[in-house]
Design a binder for this molecule. Structure first.
Ligand code: SF4
Length: 65
C-alpha cells in the first residue's frame, strides 16, 4: 500500500503522526515527513497508516492501490 501526501494541503496538525508515528512525523516547525515516500508502507504498519489517513482533518492523505 502506498500513500499520496498533498504537502500543500497539509496544515501540520499532526494527527497523522499521533496515529502512526512510525509512518509520519512533524519537525519543530510542523513540517511533515512521510517516512515511506515512494515506497510501500510495511504490512505491519498498514492499519495504523489507514487510521492516520482517516484522521487528517484536511484530507491531505490518500491511499493509493
Ligand atoms: S493530519 Fe493531515 S494536516 Fe495534519 S500533519 Fe498529518 S497530513 Fe498534515
Amino acid at each position: 500500500m502506498k500513500i499520496s501526501v498533498d504537502y500543500h494541503r497539509c496544515e501540520g496538525h499532526g494527527l497523522c503522526a499521533e496515529q502512526a508515528p512510525t509512518v509520519f512525523s512533524l519537525d519543530d516547525e510542523a513540517e511533515l515527513t512521510y517516512h515511506f515516500d515512494g515506497a510501500d508502507v510495511p504490512e505491519d504498519q498498514v492499519t495504523t497508516a489507514r487510521a492516520a489517513i482517516t484522521s487528517c482533518p484536511v484530507a491531505a492523505l490518500r491511499e493509493l492501490s
